[in-house]
Design a protein around this ligand. Sequence first.
Ligand SMILES: O=P(O)(O)OC[C@H]1O[C@](O)(COP(=O)(O)O)[C@@H](O)[C@@H]1O
Ligand SMILES: [Mg+2]
Length: 307
Amino acid sequence: MSLNFKSQLQNLDGIYAALFSAAEIIYAELKKGAGLKFATSSNESGDDQIELDVIADEAFFDALKRDGNVRYVVSEERPGLNKVSDGRYSVALDPLDGSKSALVGIPSGAIFGVFENAEVAKDFNGKNIVSGGFFVFGMNLEAYFADGDKVYKGIFNQDTSEWKVLPIEGGLPSADVLAINGQNQMVWDAWLQAHYADLLDTHNGTTKPHNMRWYASMVSDMKRMVLQGGLFVYPRANIKGYEEGKLRLVYEAIPMAFLIAAMGGSSTDGDQSLLDLPVETLHQKTAVFIGEKSKIERVEAAKRNHA
Ligand SMILES: O=P(O)(O)OC[C@H]1O[C@](O)(COP(=O)(O)O)[C@@H](O)[C@@H]1O
Ligand SMILES: [Mg+2]
């Protein structure tokens, strides 16, 4: 592999090299069709795993443990903090996001966040993240990430094994596109039911309602967001298992919120930015709203003003 990228942050290049090389391994396995069946195991959170979940977790872990700047690795697939060295950075991972979608050929990917000086779970918060983003395992192997305040897109050339990483300029685009799974809408909070209806309302035919897109693969929905704009939502619902939504704060919500914030967008759990939320446990879930600033302001106002 060859990676033409230099971080603006100190001692982060080895971590990027590890992440990008692991992504190559996972993508190669996926293309072979390896691991695309349910495993006999489940992960830390009790989710069913496919075999590629385990392959992906091991690929990232093996690559990161060779870098002396990695202190801890946190993974959706592992229980706690996994100590690597006394380095300055810790890496939180969803090693295979969208695994159930991968089973039917929809692009999956991996999500990563790099946190500074983390020692306990609560340190994996939006104040300490210095790099965050995701890989997409689709038609191509791609990366979208924020290195500090700068945002990049990387594409892997499968013939030469070279990554080409280029800055993304111009901020977050704008589009009236809503990515949401409406399955639980009967048991969403009342304010969200009202706001959802408002986003889809034609306002007597004078305004085009939001268009709907849902891959059930966060990396794919967020790739659309980075390239076209919009609003991504995974809300909480008043039903067992969804009381705090589905997505994980540390290795799904915060890295994505960090990337979109670096592009000029924002995020909320309904009340406050995902980057300001206190972290209590490594695997905690949160309601997630990420997207254009004006759309996030509308979400928070809808909740605040709901009678
Ligand atoms: O199946 P649902 O409720 O539509 O959930 C889809 C969401 O779950 C996820 O697949 C996360 O789960 P995994 O990381 O276990 O694959 C997200 O990528 C996606 O946004
Ligand atoms: Mg995930």
